[in-house]
Ligand binder design. Structure first.
Ligand code: SF4
Length: 329
């Protein structure tokens, strides 16, 4: 059993685990916190804020519809504060983190909806406001593969001269069929071309969000997804199980028994396979979906206990003697 403790020593890993296993402080994958620590020399905290109020899907562009899994807040961490000014949103979380955790360095995470679905001049103003804080060392910009114009890339590149700049793309799946089912409104080909274009800018850090537990998904699909990540050279991934939230199109499918959420057992298996085929240089953010709004999660219930789910996953990986990159040739 892997215990979530800073004292955990990688030397205590089971002897069966290959000797060349990378050292991730006992974890079976390369956590993004480890990447940040290496990069900045200390623990980094993310401040999640909302500047965007919508996205192409919600605007019905090209006949698009809201993604079937998306709640009305577009993944905002603190929807109750999204009408506050950017500075107010930053101050609120930053003050708490400084007082509670003695945090010294921050990344501003533009999380909700589609941050780059706005005028570039507005995005510039937002980055300028966020960069007035001397302890802000960078930005993480959440967006979609079809919303990274040349002007957005140029702006990010400009800020990357002084700051760490990461873009997180909601790719979700590399299956065209699955993307249609989710009503994403962009293709897998579009995701690939956006990643390749962004990867040409060496100073940017490129992450993608992926969902597992889609209808008809197979282990082979998961392996192919991991290999795509390796080939495209993404820098990090964020994993989600597809969960059902209240007042989403998916809730209706769930109630009509047209969609069954993945079980914890199957999800862990998918994540294991994915990680085993993922290049160990790719950092991993979250490993499962999380709804932090009370009463919003409809199913599956196993995903509601964040720390227990995480610990169970670590135990599972330990029992399976599995780790990131293990099955890469
Ligand atoms: S998931 Fe993103 S793109 Fe889809 S409807 Fe929600 S905010 Fe819009």
């Amino acid at each position: 059993m892997i215990i979530l403790s800073p004292q955990y020593s990688p030397e205590k890993s089971p002897s069966e685990i290959k000797e060349n296993r990378p050292n991730w402080l006992g974890l079976p994958y390369y956590p993004i916190s480890h990447f940040y620590k290496d990069k900045f020399g200390e623990k980094i905290r993310k401040i999640s804020i909302t500047t965007a109020q919508t996205c192409p899907n919600r605007q019905g562009l090209r006949g698009m519809k809201t993604c079937n899994f998306c709640d009305v807040w577009g993944s905002a961490a603190y929807p109750e504060f999204q009408s506050h000014s950017l500075s107010e949103q930053i101050d609120r979380v930053r003050d708490i983190m400084i007082t509670k955790y003695k945090s010294k360095k921050f990344l501003i995470y533009f999380q909700a909806y589609t941050t780059t679905f706005t005028k570039v001049v507005q995005l510039r103003e937002q980055l300028q406001i966020a960069s007035t804080y001397s302890d802000v060392v960078g930005f993480v910009i959440g967006t979609r593969p079809d919303c990274v114009s040349d002007a957005v890339i140029d702006l990010c590149q400009e800020f990357a001269e002084k700051y760490f700049v990461a873009l997180e793309l909601g790719v979700q799946s590399f299956s065209e069929q699955q993307l249609l089912w989710m009503r994403r409104g962009h293709s897998a080909a579009r995701s690939r071309s956006a990643i390749m274009k962004l990867k040409k800018v060496k100073t940017l850090d490129i992450g993608i969000h992926l969902m597992f537990g889609l209808p008809g998904e197979t282990d082979q699909d998961i392996i192919k997804t991991a290999l795509e990540c390796n080939e495209l050279g993404v820098d990090n991934v964020k994993l989600h199980n597809l969960h059902v939230l209240r007042n989403t199109p998916l809730e209706q499918d769930y109630l009509e028994k047209k969609f069954t959420p993945i079980s914890q057992e199957d999800y862990f298996q998918r994540c294991k396979i994915f990680l085993q085929h993922l290049n160990p240089r790719i950092a991993v953010h979250r490993l499962a979906a999380l709804s932090n709004k009370p009463g919003e999660l409809v199913a599956p219930q196993w995903t509601s206990l964040k720390m227990k789910t995480y610990q169970d996953f670590l135990d599972f990986m330990s029992e399976e003697k599995a780790y990131q990159g293990q099955l890469l040739l």
